[in-house]
Every structure is written in structure tokens, then in C-alpha cells.
Design a protein around this ligand. Structure first.
Ligand SMILES: Nc1ncnc2c1ncn2[C@@H]1O[C@H](COP(=O)(O)OP(=O)(O)OP(=O)(O)O)[C@@H](O)[C@H]1O
Length: 387
């Protein structure tokens, strides 16, 4: 198996968290609250975390979502105790583990860690890898515990083998078993599925979620994949440039994005520049409410590709039909949907439309389009500029 699966810095981090003298094994996990209060962390001039506050409820699975470099991994490392914050506090179940005058070592925090590269120790057997965090237990007992968890992830037959013989998915299971065997109150996972191919990823996500529910560990999962965040998270925290932009359930973020940046993460949208008058933005579809925006202000109208409806399709036009007339400039088959580019009078650029397959639309077709105005979101124009 490829050497990149054995990454020294991840191995060191796991080794820190699981090192001897650390958590032995809780009889049962008591779900813990994980709290960040105004946490900041600088690397030179750069603020990787800029006063971030976040509460993760006991037993909750929270996904931390954001673009590369926004500070997700830094927050996870601060929670684990691999990095010290420059300001603010971190509390686990009300106990300060990092703050101006206090710093609890990683191994004394009761956290489990899992990385994208799995960070298994290549020189240890699979059973020894899993038992690594149970060193304070008598050897026989540690082996028994480790075997039980290995069996839970379906890999007990590999106990005496070494990690390199395992597939990516199997390595992921071993890493998961090693992280949960000490029954940490808090699980911290950094892009745990991005090393897996697409087919395997979904089943591993489901298995992992089931196991996390069993252990009742409070979990923070770092991801840059919005779909993964929606699939796994009870809530999603969206980050940008060291700050939280919005925290909520997937439905909240999808239907009520706080910023254009969030709307772009969760669906393919048409962005249209408009001018506001009397609290409304005029569009060829009719006026759309633009709450909070003043007269003459420029705004960005967001119309989801999926929320544009096709009311009629005809090869040669003609006949009466409802909706706004348009002509299909391009049509692509995407498996479960068609993506159309439709030229519509009144819009400078063609509208992108996703519609279910079954509509017989070819390039050149005349179509009628409609939207549900309540599904259109209007943001001040400045909103997306820095994203
Ligand atoms: N050890 C370090 N030394 C200097 N700069 C760092 C260090 N670790 C992180 N940074 C910087 O801090 C910022 C946040 O990095 P971080 O790894 O937390 O982002 P991220 O959101 O996890 O990104 P990615 O998704 O690419 O992993 C980035 O600008 C990064 O370059």
C-alpha cells in the first residue's frame, strides 16, 4: 500500500493523543460538550483563527466546512491540544483545557483523532495499532478490548497482519477502531473520507456515523465537501478566513443562507445583478422581495438551477403557454438531471436550469420557464465580493 498512508506528522499527532498515561478506557462514554470561546491562533502575520466561538452539544456530530486555508484543521488541532491558541479558551464539558493560564496536554483531554491519511503505525500489527491507546491496561485486557472493536469493524481476521496489506477502506476502519477504542468523549476527524474513492466513501460515511452514534462521542468532522457535511452533520459550521460565517442544520443553511458565500456552497445558482426599488428587485419573472435593501441599491439575485421550472417544451414554438419564453442554447445529460442553458429575454446571460430527465429538450427547443419567488434569495451586491 502506498507510503503516503504513513504520514509522520499525523502519526506523531495520534501518538501524542494516545500516548502512555493518557486515557485508559472509559467504562462508557459520557458525551461531553466541546466549547470554543473567542479562540484565536496566528501564524506570523496571518490569523488562522480570528476569535472564533462555537458550542458543540454532547453527542452531537458537527461538520466544519469551508474552503482550503480557512482554518478548519487549525481549530481541530487546537481542540486536540496539538496547537496552543493565542487567545480565547477551549472547554470540554465545562473544564478549561486551553486558555490564558491553562493548557491540558492532548493525552489528558479524552479526545480521539482521525486523519485523512489514517496515520496507522506501519511497524505495528493491526491489533497493536488498535491497542495503542490502551497501554495503561494489562496487556491481555488491552488485546481483548482491541479485538472486540476490530470485530465491530469487521477486521478481526487481520489482527496479526500489518497495515500495508489492507485496502484504503480497511485502513480507514482500523484508524476508526484505534480512535474509538479508548472511548473518547470527543472525536476529532480531519477529512477522514477524502482518501477513499467515491464508491467506498458513502458506505464508510454511513458505517462511521453508526459507530459514532453507538459510542455517543461528541464529534467534529472537518470537510471541504458540502454534500459530505449535509450527510454527516447534525449541524454544519461554515468557516471563512478564520471566522464562522453561519452555523445550523443543513436545511437552515440551504434555505436561509446568511451570505452569498453559503448559498454558493449548497447549490448551483444563477447570480444576477439587479437594482432594488421600493423593497423589491425587478426581474423578467416579476418583482422579487429584497428585504433590508434600500432604493437604488445594487443586489445579487440568486436563483437555484433546480428551482427553475419548465412549464412547456415545444420544438417549434407557438401555442399559448405560461411562463417566460426562452430558447435552449445548450442541453447536457447528467444522469439524473438535464442541465440546460436557456437564453431568456431580459437576462444578460443565459439562465442555467437543472431539470429532471424526461423533458424532451434539445438544443434549439423553445421552452417556458417559471420560478417560485419565495425560493429566490437576494443579497447586497458587496456580499460575495471577498469570496
Ligand atoms: N504550521 C503552520 N505554519 C504556518 N502557517 C500555517 C500553519 N498551519 C496552518 N497555517 C496557515 O493557517 C491557515 C489555516 O490553515 P488550516 O490548515 O487550518 O486551513 P484548512 O481550512 O484546514 O485548509 P485545508 O482544507 O487546505 O486543510 C492557512 O493560511 C495556512 O497556510
Amino acid at each position: 500500500m502506498a507510503n503516503w498512508l504513513f504520514n509522520k506528522s499525523s502519526n506523531d499527532a495520534v501518538s501524542n493523543v494516545l500516548s502512555e498515561g493518557g486515557p485508559v478506557r472509559a467504562g462508557a462514554t459520557f458525551a461531553a460538550e466541546l466549547r470554543f470561546e473567542e479562540v484565536s491562533k496566528n501564524y506570523g502575520e496571518r490569523a488562522a483563527l480570528a476569535g472564533l466561538s462555537l458550542d458543540i452539544a454532547p453527542g452531537e456530530v458537527l461538520c466544519l466546512l469551508g474552503p482550503s486555508g480557512c482554518g478548519k484543521t487549525t481549530l481541530l488541532r487546537v481542540a486536540a491540544g496539538i496547537e496552543r491558541p493565542d487567545g480565547g479558551r477551549v472547554l470540554i464539558n465545562g473544564r478549561e483545557v486551553a486558555g490564558p493560564e491553562r493548557f491540558v496536554q492532548p493525552e489528558a483531554r479524552g479526545v480521539g483523532l482521525m486523519f485523512q491519511d489514517f496515520a496507522l503505525f506501519p511497524h505495528l500489527t493491526i491489533l497493536e495499532n488498535v491497542a495503542f491507546g490502551l497501554k495503561a491496561l494489562p496487556r491481555a485486557e488491552a488485546r481483548r478490548e482491541a479485538l472486540t472493536v476490530l470485530a465491530r469493524v469487521g477486521l478481526e481476521r487481520y489482527a496479526e497482519q500489518y497495515p500495508h496489506i489492507l485496502s484504503g477502506g480497511q485502513q480507514q476502519r482500523v484508524a476508526l477502531a484505534r480512535a474509538i477504542v479508548p472511548r473518547p468523549a470527543v472525536m476529532l476527524m480531519d477529512e477522514p473520507f477524502s482518501g477513499l474513492d467515491v464508491q467506498l466513501r458513502e458506505s464508510m460515511q454511513q458505517e462511521t456515523l453508526a459507530l459514532l452514534r453507538e459510542t455517543r462521542a461528541t464529534t467534529m468532522i472537518v470537510t471541504h465537501d458540502p454534500e459530505e457535511a449535509m450527510r454527516l452533520g447534525d449541524r454544519i459550521a461554515v468557516m471563512r478566513a478564520g471566522r464562522l460565517v453561519q452555523v445550523g442544520r443543513a436545511e437552515d443553511l440551504y434555505h436561509r443562507p446568511a451570505e452569498l458565500f453559503v448559498a454558493r456552497l449548497f447549490s448551483e445558482i444563477n447570480e444576477i445583478d439587479v437594482k432594488v426599488a421600493a423593497g423589491r428587485a425587478a426581474t423578467p419573472f416579476g418583482p422579487v422581495a429584497a428585504p433590508g435593501l434600500g432604493d437604488g441599491e445594487r443586489a445579487t439575485l440568486c436563483i437555484r438551477e433546480r428551482s427553475v421550472g419548465l412549464t412547456a417544451v415545444r420544438a417549434n414554438g407557438g401555442g399559448e403557454a405560461q411562463g417566460l419564453a426562452g430558447r435552449v442554447r445548450d442541453a447536457r445529460f447528467l444522469g439524473d438531471a438535464m442541465r440546460l442553458e436557456v437564453v431568456v429575454e431580459g437576462f444578460e446571460a443565459p439562465l442555467n436550469v437543472r431539470t429532471r430527465v424526461g423533458h424532451d429538450v434539445a438544443r434549439g427547443s423553445e421552452v417556458r420557464l417559471c420560478i417560485d419567488p419565495s425560493d429566490v434569495i437576494v443579497f447586497p451586491s458587496s456580499n460575495g465580493k471577498d469570496t
